[in-house]
Design a protein around this ligand. Sequence first.
Ligand SMILES: C[S@@+](CC[C@H](N)C(=O)[O-])C[C@H]1O[C@@H](n2cnc3c(N)ncnc32)[C@H](O)[C@@H]1O
Length: 203
Amino acid sequence: MDATYNLNGGFKPTMKRSADLDGPDFYPTPRWATYALIESERFKGEIWEPACGDGSMSEVLAETGSKIASSDLYDRGYGETGHDYLTTRRRAQNIITNPPYNSAEGFVATGLRAAHGKFALLLRLAFLEGANRANTIFHRAPPSRVWVFSERITFYPKGAVVAGSGTTAYAWFVWDKAHTGPTELALLKPGFKARYSKANGLI
Ligand SMILES: C[S@@+](CC[C@H](N)C(=O)[O-])C[C@H]1O[C@@H](n2cnc3c(N)ncnc32)[C@H](O)[C@@H]1O
């Protein structure tokens, strides 16, 4: 049995992301994981990163050439601060982020009303499981595409030196208002990590 899951489908974080339990959950996304999305999925128009942290993801998103708006509930020295995405009234053509895992369902619900075009969330692949989510999300508003990483992502505090690989499988979950039909499953080929990690081993 997977010890990170409660029987009712609720999520119980592993030690690595124990801040999920009660903290604001700040883990910058390694650059290569964002490149994997923008090289696989096309976003037309502006992009909003609504939980931007220190801008790790926003800075890669800017390479699409699109206008990027960045905000966060907390002050992490980047973008607009004090904006709670879960209660936002803002709208955007596209929304992309790595949400705090303990609010992932809320980030899906907000994306459904706030994105005119597409929204993409970087989540554990295991987000697909669970009776609660089956009833609240996947039967009502399933994602259009799920891009599964073949390489493991490890989340480190900012500036940490990367040592070893992670043990958790992640995927980009994309909701596309223009999509019809069942959820598409797509696999991300290996190679992003080597291509886009900084040469000095920092994330
Ligand atoms: C896992 S970190 C990811 C940071 C950034 N998206 C990245 O990928 O590098 C989650 C971020 O969500 C922010 N956050 C938590 N709750 C939020 C909320 N309700 N509205 C907006 N941001 C929130 C945290 O401050 C944190 O910076």
